[in-house]
Design a protein around this ligand. Sequence first.
Ligand code: SF4
Ligand code: SF4
Length: 118
Amino acid sequence: MPWVKQEDCTGCGTCVEECPVGAISLVEEHAQIDMEQCIRCGKCHDVCPEEAVRHDSEKIPEEVRANVEKAKNMMEACAKYLGSEEEKQKCLNRIIKYFNKEKIVAEKTIEALKSLCK
Ligand code: SF4
Ligand code: SF4
């Protein structure tokens, strides 16, 4: 999914004009994408002269860090509200279980999507 690296966007408006579904607007001279409207056509990537429209994969390290930070906060909260340090480990196990479920959902979705291309 595309996203706009705000510091590289000059607000030229080319992507706004080229987006076939009107999913991009300029907010304070920087492009913003409405992901609800975006159909993942990739046009904005191709036309941006600044290469400011970036791919989702670049955000993987950032997302992993955010997930870990969130997990740590949840573990602390479990210990605090449930009154025992042991709750941290139980909480962590539940979080890992959740991400394993998400992984399976992603794998099965990819398999199902591949069959659409046949
Ligand atoms: S990928 Fe296509 S639909 Fe989505 S914002 Fe870019 S140009 Fe618009
Ligand atoms: S084409 Fe690139 S530089 Fe121009 S408004 Fe869109 S994202 Fe910003």
